[in-house]
Design a protein around this ligand. Sequence first.
Ligand code: SF4
Length: 621
Amino acid sequence: MPIYFRDKYLPPIWQKLQLGERLSLEDGLILFKTNDLISLGKMAHYVQQQKSGDAVYFVLNQKIEHTNVCVLSCKFCDFAKKKGEPDAYEMTTDEILSKITPEIKEVHITGGMPHDWRWERYIDIVRSIHNKFPDADVKAYTAVEIDFFHKKFKLPIEEILRQLQAAGLRTMPGGGAEIFTERVRKLLFPQKIGAKGYLEVHKTAHKLGIPTNCTMLYGHIETIEERLIHMVKLREAQDETGGFLSFIPLAFQPGDTGIKPKNQFTSAIDDLKTIAVSRLMLDNIPHIKAYWVMLTEEVASVALNFGADDIDGTVGQERIAHDAGAISPMKLAKDKIIKMISEAGKIPVERDAFYNPLNVYSENVIGKIPYLNSVPFYHNLEKSATGGFKILPVAPRRMGMLSKEGQIDAGLFSLMDYFDQEENLELLDWCIATRDQVKSVMLFSKEGWTGLNGKKIGITDDTATSVHLLKVILEKKYNVRTEFVRLHPGVNDYASFDAVLLIGDDALKYNKVGLNGFELVFDLAKEWYDWQKLPFVFAVWACKNSLSDIRKEKLKDMISAALNKSEDEYGEIGNMQGRQIGLNLSETKEYLEGFNYRLGERERETMSMFRKLVNEINIKV
Ligand code: SF4
């Protein structure tokens, strides 16, 4: 993508980004200071496309603010009331339940902190929602509220989170981070936890398998350097745990807070810059959210080409932002969100709380397996995807689910999904097959193969084919029976399993650095090759039978041209993604050269043999 820079300080940063190098705080200062807004946006858009292609996510969500009574008095808050004040309210559990409808996929609960609620009341809210609406993910209580519970009910933070998790809590919101410097904390919210407390709560949640979001409140009294310090602290925490799903820059709403004149909102330029810089600085956080309630629809819509890939959702009630003067309407209907995303040239993707795609609202969608091994196809395909095709990164198993519902037109399908949907799909001439070992479909085990008999194996949620390959190897090659348990998306506690099957970039990463507690590592493609003397085929290119002949031809030309162009430069094109999982240039090159990308005779032989073996076993995961 050519960028015509007007700021001479930006090209060195662009160079770093293309090499997958991490930006420094000093780089961040240059980005914030630049007047070359368009180049900044293009760089952020480039990085966002590497992570989420043309997808923009939204969720059908309901925000519940169970009470506005709060013991704290944060200066920027127009929402909180003291008990007995005329506008103070406290919702009962029944009132809360009455606000949720069956189509809601995420219930987002935050509110004030009254002095007289019992611990059981908070637990009861989570449990009641979870029991009545099991399909909705309960995303509840900010780090500030968790810290309040910890102090008030004299329970360790870990215990608080365990009890909420047992009641049905799935994820946590990111509110309460504000700005991570003591200077700002002392001036604006002295009673609130600072960076240390906030990060401790989030890291504890991640350890327990509760993914969270993180935020930054900007546009009040903070300096640009303080914004960057905030981002760097989040980036360091993410390096440790990997549990943040998305970062949400929250534009300060002055309202009657007295901190800034009532109508002095952040400028659109500042909002767009902040979104773009966050995308570029937070290289390890998967998603950046343009929170339309605070940004306005117009700015949020432009932000989708400035690095943001999430627009939040249908929301419901947004009292904190609204009471302080947010000027967006209270509720954007789903259709309106879909229109906003489509008009930005993107694919509207309805998601769950873990960013699993549930529905895709666009035509001509090519599914992309977001792993390093598919880069030789997609690197150039993304650049040449014209004729109305758009690219949606999606894990193999999810791609199969979407395709089954007719929501994906073409893609690199997991072999099992292709078998399953063969009647509706046309097989194309390309695949991902190994020569012998694969390095990215790995069983990390505490036992040797035969020692796994009767043991419990954790299976990554992303896999469709690898789980069948593992079962075939266990039962047909080693005569071993095991129990398979699907891991949930996001962070997981692997220690409770006897072995764990990981695929894609996670497998590559742990293959290099090791997975704590699992001494033995088995490469499933090598196991297959040693047994059958055939390469293993993990995925095949296919498109919908119903696609018109013209579209099919266009697609084939695009795939063929993209692959031909990638040859001889595997290392370079995979370098950015390779670096993010700890591989150097030559390791990336060697890894990608270990695959066969064209479907030949031996690959077709494997497909027949594997189909026969799978039909002989019984698998339920
Ligand atoms: S921001 Fe939250 S903690 Fe602070 S006063 Fe308002 S409701 Fe209470």
